[in-house]
Design a binder for this molecule. Structure first.
Ligand code: BMA
Length: 826
């Protein structure tokens, strides 16, 4: 087996970091074979590459690979440390998944217990000149979790989402590794983050935190540097910010040393969230005793404003003094196989976030603290982050050893991440307060479980507020505020809300218009992934919504039935599987459009909507708008329109029968618009209904035109468009007062014509009758500039196709499929 030698550079007093990434040996006490594993990476990916397991994402292979996570694996590599071992040596492992012992030359040097902790193991004197062997031996995480649960003085229940990995709440590992109502349960094992041997002269760098103090025309950066010294003495310490800097000698004592420096930036260029301004970043280089690290700093003030108003308590994000409506989605890990989470797979998801006019993601508490590059990309793209700490949907222990481990975890993570302009707030967990009402154990002894919850949660608050006093700590999502444990699923006047009654309780889409959140941080509706993604995990015989394979790729009990049942409520039932798949995406888009258009129309009462969920971890039916691999579902196209900075939406009043056209402006300045409305019959005949103009400011949505009750005939629907001050078209929208199934929609002939214009690949879609949700799909990866459109006779739609990489135009045309509502039924 080929294992690259690792050699520290010579020159005794220099800092050196030697990576241990590369090919390791993968063995187990139970398996005969030895495999190669590329680290950072995970065991499943190594076995897949070696042909030892089938593709876990295909068909029902999940069960066939379960043995992998029930096997005690070991990772081994030899390396050459060279002959010069002067200095102090640290083995740094920043993300070992999960419970493991580390051996250097067969001597145990550390026990690792928490995936979210960076372990710095001191190996000075243990390292040999020349050949060394490093071995990481893993426990079976499930087994440890079960043993800890059994030893705990009282039962702590776990969510059904992790029923294949019970008691995962007793160990610190990505919770959704144990499954979830959208995830495969792989319980991966591996080493993912930084893995290196560090040789320091006297001290090693632990963290660099940057705090901002804004004043007129200048920003002062307060830089807090932590260094761990191996002995007392003097080190050099310097910061350089775009050419300017401080540099000098510092005295250290053994153990942790904290230094604070101040740098002032005159005429600062401010950082803004996407859609509000630019994202300038200032480069900061810090060197401690020869060890250098880099940060990029975006200068902005940010406040999450929760203050009493006439409704209750506000929940709004204020950046550089401007209240900004948050538009976005919830973020889960980018893949169920950690080896596949790379800058190359993450970047397109974040670019698609901004392309859909979003400005915020919520890093959800059942996932992970993401790698540094994730936050760097969010800084660069202007994506604000609501950041949960990693606890979700179930109670957790609060005994001393658990709290001690979590204390180290949160302290390290906050110190690692707090300098990022993108992070808007820290939130204690996802739905843990709520979960106290979900289980018999917690309901029957609520006092005990509430106290147990608060021991952990108040510690999280104390750490976040101590380490990062500039950011608001929000107790939980949903939460109604400090020490308020009421129902964040239904109480409207304050806090953030998770509203799930439409999906989980089968209420109508119109139910979204009956609730009035201040900040909707979760709500969602499922769909199937596209046919091209379904084809990656099925054989032809499986392509039926209730086939066993399609049910394996649906993790929410009754999910496929909910999708089909919803179709019966809104549409005429589709004639075949492909039509079902298409319509599932249409109705998912409509559900989210209904919710988000309405809540945006209540601005400033509501100041944020984050739907569940942005992406998928594997190919599955789910609430995601980007399917596994990054392909845009129809929801993502609709999101780009319903999140557009300037939008006009129809708001029906269930009591009066009136329909208000409400204009929303979440841009950076007021706009003057003219809105024109018309009634259209299903055969295409149209009549104008009115026109109105107005200035739409940033503070509140504004009703511009109200249509009286019964303005529309039974066979009519509403089309409205809006234009800017010079008559330039800005957008259009439509509204159907009755369910689509009630309309006698005529069979439209939709024509597609490709063209090349100014080097761009353009697709024109036209129709002889009104055609709805007209959607183009091609095999090649890429996106259309728009999709899922209403096409009226005589008004062709122009779509630009933007390929990922090079696209062959002939192949594009050949693979084109155009779907629309009327062709889904006979
Ligand atoms: C929310 C999330 C997840 C879950 C989703 C869909 O409550 O926090 O736990 O995946 O609902 O049920």
């Amino acid at each position: 087996m080929k294992q690259g030698a690792v050699t520290a550079s010579s020159g005794e007093s220099r800092y050196a970091e030697v990576s241990l990434a590369g090919i390791w040996r993968l063995t187990s006490r139970r398996q005969q074979d030895t495999f190669e594993i590329a680290l950072p990476g995970d065991v499943h990916s190594a076995l897949l590459k070696a042909g030892a397991i089938p593709d876990p994402y295909f068909a029902d292979n999940e069960a066939k690979v379960e043995w992998v996570s029930r096997t005690p694996w070991a990772l081994t590599r030899e390396f050459d440390a060279g002959t010069d071992l002067a200095g102090n040596w640290t083995l740094t492992l920043s993300e070992v998944d999960c419970i493991a012992s580390v051996f250097l030359n067969d001597i145990e040097i550390g026990k690792l217990d928490n995936q979210f902790i960076r372990y710095d193991l001191e190996v000075t004197g243990k390292l040999r000149a020349g050949a060394n062997t490093l071995r990481i031996e893993f426990e079976v995480a499930r087994q440890v979790a079960a043993e800890r649960a059994a030893a705990h003085p009282f039962p702590i229940p776990y969510t059904k989402n992790v029923e294949k990995a019970p008691h995962i709440n007793f160990i610190r590992k990505v919770a959704c590794h144990g499954g979830w109502d959208w995830n495969i349960c792989l319980m991966p094992i591996g080493v993912y983050g930084r893995m290196s041997l560090r040789r320091s002269r006297l001290a090693r760098l632990d963290s660099v935190e940057v705090f901002q103090h804004h004043a007129p025309d200048k920003v002062e950066l307060e830089i807090r540097t932590r260094a761990f010294a191996f002995a007392a003495g003097e080190i050099t310490l310097g910061h350089e910010l775009d050419g300017k800097g401080v540099n000098g000698a510092a005295q250290v004592v053994p153990g942790e040393n904290v230094f604070t420096h101040r740098l002032t930036i005159a005429d600062p260029k401010l950082w803004w969230p996407a859609g509000q301004g630019a994202q300038p970043l200032y480069g900061l280089a810090t060197t401690v005793d020869g060890e250098t690290t880099h940060r990029k700093i975006g200068l902005r003030t940010l406040k999450v404003v929760c203050e009493p108003d006439e409704i209750g308590v506000t929940f709004k994000v204020r950046v550089n003094g401007r209240d900004i409506f948050m538009k976005g989605a919830n973020w889960i890990p980018a893949d169920a196989l950690p080896s596949r989470i790379t800058p190359e797979t993450v970047r397109p998801l974040l670019e698609a976030t901004v392309a859909a006019n979003m400005n915020m993601l919520r890093v959800w508490g059942g996932g992970q603290y993401e790698p540094d590059y994730f936050y760097e990309m969010c800084d660069e793209l202007g994506i604000l982050l609501w950041h949960d700490l990693m606890f979700a949907c179930m109670p957790y222990p609060s005994d001393r050893s658990f709290l001690a481990s979590v204390r180290t975890e949160i302290t390290q993570q906050v110190r690692r991440l707090s300098h990022h302009a993108s992070i808007a707030l820290w939130c204690g967990d996802n739905e843990v307060i709520g979960s106290l009402t979900w289980y018999p154990e917690t309901r029957d002894n609520r006092d005990r479980h509430l106290a147990n919850y608060d021991r952990l949660n108040s510690m999280l608050q104390e750490i976040c507020e101590t380490e990062d006093s500039d950011r608001r700590f929000w107790p939980s999502s949903p939460s109604l505020g400090y020490l308020d444990f009421a129902d964040g699923w239904h109480i409207e006047g304050r806090g953030d809300m998770h509203y799930w009654d439409v999906w989980h309780s089968a209420k109508s889409f119109e139910a979204y218009r009956t609730i009035h959140p201040r900040f909707a941080s979760e709500f969602g509706f499922q769909s199937f992934p596209s046919m091209k993604t379904i084809e990656t995990f099925t054989d032809a015989k499986d392509r039926n919504p209730s086939s066993p394979v399609m049910e394996v790729h649906q993790r929410n009990d009754g999910g496929n039935a909910r999708i089909l049942e919803t179709m019966c409520r809104y549409f005429r039932f589709p004639k075949g599987f492909e039509e079902i798949v298409f319509l599932s995406q249409v109705q998912q888009g409509l559900a989210m459009k209904t919710a988000i258009e309405y809540w945006r129309s209540t601005k400033p009462r509501c100041m944020g909507t984050l739907y569940w969920q942005l992406g998928d971890t594997w190919p599955v039916a789910s609430w995601a708008s980007l399917e596994y691999g990054g392909n845009w579902k129809l929801l993502h196209y609709l999101a780009r329109r319903f999140f557009a900075p300037v939008n006009v939406v129809a708001v029906p009043d269930a009591t009066t029968g009136e329909i208000a056209l409400v204009a929303i402006n979440d841009g950076a300045a007021a706009v003057e618009i003219t809105v024109a409305a018309k009634a259209v019959k299903t055969d295409g005949r149209q009549r104008p209904l009115g026109e109105a103009s107005g200035e739409i400011g940033l503070d509140a949505a504004k009703s511009v035109l109200t249509l009286a009750e019964a303005t529309l005939d039974k066979d009519e629907f509403l089309i409205f468009s809006w234009a800017g001050a010079e008559g330039s078209p800005l957008g259009d929208n439509d509204f159907f007062p009755a369910p689509y199934k009630a309309y006698e929609i005529e069979q439209a002939k939709v024509e597609a014509r490709w063209a090349v214009e100014g080097g761009e690949t353009v697709l024109y879609l036209s129709a002889d009758k009104p055609a709805f949700f007209v959607s183009a799909e091609v095999e090649a990866p890429g996106t259309f500039s728009d999709n899922c459109l209403t096409v009226l006779p005589g008004a062709a739609r122009r779509l630009v196709f933007r390929p990922t990489g090079k696209a062959d135009r002939a192949a594009l045309a050949k693979s084109l499929k155009v779907r629309h509502l009327r062709e889904t039924f006979d």
